[in-house]
Design a protein around this ligand. Structure first.
Ligand code: DHB
Ligand code: MG
Length: 230
């Protein structure tokens, strides 16, 4: 019966983990009406429900506060949920530029920012990130980068983040744990290969100090967080 006892203990631990997460969200990362509306609008627009979690949103805000961020560059806007967390952490003279490949999604994002009262400190630019990134050099440096777009493009986006950064800039990428698939050798597909290459760079590039933080999906997914060294 040892196996049954073990199964009960596992179920108890799983419930406890859920309760702990709910308490952290309630005390530190509660979603307000505006964020709930952003998710509802994203659903209405038929966008996939793959946004970051409230705890991830709050972690982005903590990191934005940590290095005196004024300019944020987000790669991959989805429905504007992560952009809302990010823009809310900015000072009044701060600015979030978010890149979105789909014109239709970009409209959803602009509407979300307007509803959130963030139209004045946000800008949605439409196009492929690979084409938009080279046009941003005159607006660099950015203090903070959030990469949450097509996974195949992650190594290129890290290259550009480094070009557009300053010493002390923070670079965060979502989905870099991804149920362990990027650790398989070889990775199972080109998306996971992109993440694996990103993680390898983040771990070894002498310009970066980085960590992978399993902070979503019950520890199965999470952020790569890097600081650009002086
Ligand atoms: C996928 C993409 C994401 O950015 C995410 O957070 C979860 C899933 C996806 O493409 O499946
Ligand atoms: Mg993501």
């Amino acid at each position: 019966m040892a196996e049954n006892i073990n199964a009960e203990e596992l179920a108890r631990n799983a419930r406890l983990r859920q309760e702990i997460e709910a308490q952290i969200i309630r005390r530190f990362a509660a979603e307000d009406e505006v964020l709930s509306q952003t998710l509802a609008a994203q659903h209405e627009a038929g966008l996939p429900e793959i946004q970051i979690s409230p705890i991830q949103g709050r972690l982005l805000q903590v990191l934005v506060a940590a290095n005196n961020t004024r300019k944020v560059l987000e790669i991959g806007a989805l429905g504007g949920y992560s952009g809302t967390w990010l823009a809310r952490a900015l000072p009044a003279d701060g600015k979030l530029i978010t890149l979105e490949i789909s014109p239709k999604h970009a409209e959803t994002v602009r509407a979300a920012f307007a509803r959130a009262g963030l139209a004045d400190r946000t800008e949605v630019r439409v196009g492929a990130a690979s084409e938009l990134l080279p046009t941003l050099q005159s607006e660099a440096p950015f203090d903070f980068f959030f990469i949450d777009a097509d996974k195949k493009g992650y190594p290129l986006y890290l290259d550009w983040a480094l070009k557009l950064a300053r010493p002390g800039s923070i670079i965060v990428a979502d989905n870099n744990v991804r149920y362990g698939k990027p650790f398989q050798e070889p990775p199972p597909d080109e998306d996971n290969a992109g993440i694996a290459a990103y993680n390898q760079r983040a771990a070894t590039d002498p310009r970066l100090r980085s960590i992978l933080l399993p902070v979503d999906e019950d520890g199965m997914d999470g952020f790569a967080i890097s600081v650009v060294l002086p």
